[in-house]
Every structure is written in C-alpha cells, then in structure tokens.
Design a protein around this ligand. Structure first.
Ligand code: NAD
Length: 471
C-alpha cells in the first residue's frame, strides 16, 4: 500500500508547523497536530538515550513494573477522554474505541509482570555461565492508523518492560489520541522514557534510520516495511516488522453456514475491514456457494453504517480518502471484470468516507481485490471444487499473516488448517489473539516476533557471563 500523506500542512499561530487532522465521518478537519521536523529527532533521541541509562538498570526492574502498572491504571482512567477522540480521528464505533483503550491497559499490565529472567547455561562444563538479558537502547516505534493505541502499546509495553526507552510515531491520520495517551503516561513514567513525535514524512523514514535508535519496531504495509528495513540497515538496528495480510477463510463442506455466518462476517468487517488479520477472502465449496454468499450479503445489508460517535453505528467510515479511493478502485475493478455485488458495491451517498459493506460474488481469481490486500469493507467470496484447490488458492499469495478453516468436524478442519502457510490459524474463528501468544507473519507479512514472552525477547539481547567455579 503506498503511503498517503494527510493534506493541508500549515503554520499554527505559534508559527510552528502543523497539519490538519480530519474526521473521517465528515471528511472535514477538526483539529491539528504538530508537524515535527526530522531535524528535531536528534535532540529527542539523545534525551531518550539519557533516560535509558537510568531506566535500563537491573535494579530498576521492580520500579519499571510498578510504573507500567500505574500506566495501565492511568490509561483506563483516561478512557472517557481517549475513546471519543480515537473515534473522531479513526472513525470506529465508540464501543470499539473503549475496547481498544482497555486492550492498551491490559497489554501494559501483561508486560509489567514479564521481567527478563537470568538463565543458567547448562552444558556439563565445570564453569558457571549464565545469560543476563540486556535492553537494547532507544527503540523507534512506528504504527499505522487502524488501531493507533492498541498497536502503539504492542510496541512500547514490551520495549519499556525490557528496559528500553521509546520514541513513538503514530500515523499522521491518527495522531491525536496517541498524543493524549503520551500526556497521560507522562504523568506516571520518568521523563523521556516514552516520547511521542508527530509529523508527515520523511519523519518516519528519518526515525527508522536514526543512528541513535537500536531497534525499529514497525507495523504497516509491506512497501513501507521494506523502506523501514533499508533505513534501519544503515545503523544495523534490529527490526521487527508486522506487515500486511490477505487472510483466507476456507469453509469446508460440513460447515453449518447459519451457525458461523455472524462470526465470519464480523471477522471480515470489524473496524471496517481495516485489520491486518481480517478475513480478506472466503473460499466456499461449490455446493454451499450460493448459501454462503446469501448469508453474508444478508448481514452486510442489515449492518448499521454511520458515524462512530452515533449510538447504534456498527460500522464507521473508512479512515482516510486515499484508502477509500483504493477500496473503490478494487471493487469497481472486480465489478467491471464480471463480479456481482451481492450486497453494497460502492460509496454511500453522504459526506465522509462511508463505503457500503460489500460482498462480491463470481469474482475472477486474479482480481486485485482477491490477490492484494483490500483493507476495507469489501469481501470477495470464491467457489472451490476440492479442498486441495482451496488450500492451494489460500497459499497462493506473498502474504502469510493468518488464515482460518470452518467446519463441523474439528479434527478434519484442524488437519486442513495445518496446511496453511501463515503465522496463526483459527478453526471456526478468525482474528482472536491472546496477549500471551507469539505474533509473527510468514512470508512477506513480517520479520521477527511480537507478543507474549517473544515480544519481550525481541527487545532484549543476551549478555553471557562465564566464570570458573573457583579462582
Ligand atoms: P503505512 O505503511 O502506509 O504506514 C505505517 C506507518 O509508517 C505510518 O505511521 C506512516 O506514517 C509511517 N511511514 C510512512 N512512510 C514511512 C517511511 N518511509 N519510513 C518510515 N515510516 C513511514 O501503513 P498504513 O496505511 O498506515 O496501515 C495499513 C497497513 O498496515 C496495512 O497493510 C495493514 O495490513 C498493516 N497492518 C499490519 C498489522 C500487523 O500487525 N501485521 C497491523 C495493523 C496494520
């Protein structure tokens, strides 16, 4: 996905650069954020390094854990301020913003309890050797606009717990709730341990390649991930990349369509489909094809689409204009190539970036809406003749984030799921994650592992100490 830029940079009254932040429910600007210049990063990274010299100390582990627990409480208490702002700039329904705030707090609590442990090395030799895990230094965290707070916390919670400091850059489409989160956390964390920077490119590019950064942890699209890796290579900083996905859901011929249809629909459409691990393609056996298309179309037609701050909205607008244009292009391209819109098919006739939840049937398998990541409320449903063919089609992609298999015979479903080339598979579900699990994409969906103890390890390096048993 190309990296779109927010519009309308201008000067604030203070003379400092800023950029407008738009409400996707209206398409109109409602606030602004500082457009920080890349040159400012030198001083910011310097301060993050100075703060790290204290925050990293082994003796500080208990203090770090206490600070992260206090941070979790502070985030929860700020929910009534954070959630509406998040909805305003991101578009998602308000209850989902509250859920995102809750998950941000939960992640801080989870990592607060995961202190790095010294490990003995047992190899039969008469020496005492052990691994003492050490933090890396200042970490650059760069996140997209679909889950600004949750994805930020997925980066800073393990990085801080490991004893690193963090410079965090949100997407310029969603900088405001993250800035507010930064203020909330500044009250409970030592100075410069977590710094939020906002601005348009090349701010992210310069942050990823800054010589003072020792780990770049990035979530976003594959093309930007490549650019980030190239930038980090200049200082040989470690990279963790969580990139795009094109997850397939394979329905087996013993599936109970009515029983799973709600779950399958929302696994594709929650957050307007703007989830790396959303179901982005459905493969249904020929015998059940019409039934599956009809069941999903019925749900799409019944979904209440409206501003995220309006009570009852189940689906908000798409986050930004370039993303809306991309979805329109993919849907229109598929329709022009012979697909049929069983539900939706285009923009809603109202201000803002609203797109009707769309179910596409009879889509040519080579349509970009099938082969690329649509990242929006458009779902292609494709028929298959044999399970073999469905597995082959599901794996026929450069992405490898997630996948799912749906059926009544769980053993058979699990056996088919085991053949999917991706980081996580689900049976009769899709997209549910535990804080304790590793999160890693196969193929071009990622580099490195986030989540659980692996997420902590990704922010540490082994420091090995050998000593004889006697002098
Ligand atoms: P994006 O790659 O355009 O931008 C991500 C972030 O990188 C933003 O903060 C952006 O400002 C910044 N950026 C842009 N150019 C940069 C550069 N040259 N160097 C450094 N940083 C730069 O992605 P997006 O459109 O914001 O988000 C959507 C993408 O994110 C989708 O592909 C989606 O699948 C992916 N995503 C992945 C996961 C995951 O965990 N695997 C989770 C959420 C989203």
């Amino acid at each position: 996905m190309p990296t779109p830029q927010p519009r309308r940079p201008h000067q604030t009254r203070s003379g400092r650069g800023s950029f407008a932040v738009l409400d996707p429910a209206t398409g109109e600007p409602f606030d602004e954020a500082p457009d920080q210049r890349p040159e400012e990063l030198d001083a910011i990274v310097d301060r993050a390094h100075t703060a790290w010299l204290h925050w990293r100390a082994d003796t500080n582990a208990d203090a770090r854990a206490a600070a992260l627990l206090a941070a979790a409480d502070a985030v929860e208490q700020a929910g009534p301020d954070l959630a509406p702002l998040l909805t305003r700039e991101q578009g998602k329904p308000l209850p989902e913003s509250y859920a995102e705030v809750a998950r941000t707090a939960a992640r801080l609590r989870y990592f607060a309890t995961l202190a790095p442990q010294t490990q003995p090395i047992q190899d039969g030799r008469a020496v005492r050797s052990e691994i003492r895990w050490r933090p890396l230094g200042p970490v650059a965290a760069i996140v997209p606009w679909n889950f600004p707070l949750q994805l930020a916390s997925a980066k800073f919670a393990p990085a801080l717990a490991a004893g690193n400091t963090v410079v965090l850059k949100p997407s310029p489409f969603t900088p405001l709730a993250t800035r507010m989160l930064g203020s909330v956390l500044a009250a409970v964390l030592p100075e410069d341990v977590l710094t939020i920077v906002t601005g348009r490119e090349p701010l992210g590019e310069r942050l990823a390649s800054h010589p003072g950064i020792r780990h770049v942890t990035f979530t976003g699209s594959v093309p930007t991930g490549r650019a980030v890796a190239r930038g980090a290579a200049s200082s040989l900083a470690r990279v963790t990349l969580e990139l795009g996905g094109n997850d397939a859901a394979i329905l087996l011929d013993d599936v109970d369509v009515e029983q799973i249809a709600d779950r399958l629909f929302w696994a594709a459409f929650r957050n307007c489909g703007q989830i790396c691990m959303a179901v982005k393609r459905v493969y249904a056996p020929v015998r059940l094809y019409s039934e599956v298309v009809e069941a999903l179309a019925q749900r799409a037609n019944q979904t209440v689409v409206g501003p995220g701050l309006e009570a009852g909205s189940q689906l908000g607008p798409v986050n930004n204009a370039p993303q809306l244009a991309r979805i329109e292009r993919y849907a229109a391209g598929a329709l022009a190539a012979g697909a049929r819109a069983a539900a939706g098919g285009g923009r809603l006739d109202r201000p803002g970036y609203f797109f009707a939840p769309t179910i596409l049937a009879d889509v040519p398998a080579q349509s970009p809406v099938v082969t690329q990541e649509q990242f929006g409320p458009v779902l292609p449903v494709l028929p298959y003749q044999s399970v073999e063919q469905a597995v082959e089609a599901a794996n026929d992609t450069g992405f490898g984030l997630g996948g799912s298999v749906w059926g009544t015979d769980l053993d058979r479903a699990e056996q088919v799921a085991g053949r999917l080339e991706c980081g996580t598979v689900w049976i009769n579900h899709h997209g549910e994650l535990s804080l304790a699990q590793p999160f890693a994409g196969a193929k071009e969906s990622g580099v490195g592992v986030a989540g659980g103890p692996w997420g902590l390890s990704g922010n540490l390096r082994p420091f090995v100490v050998h000593r004889p048993l006697e002098a």
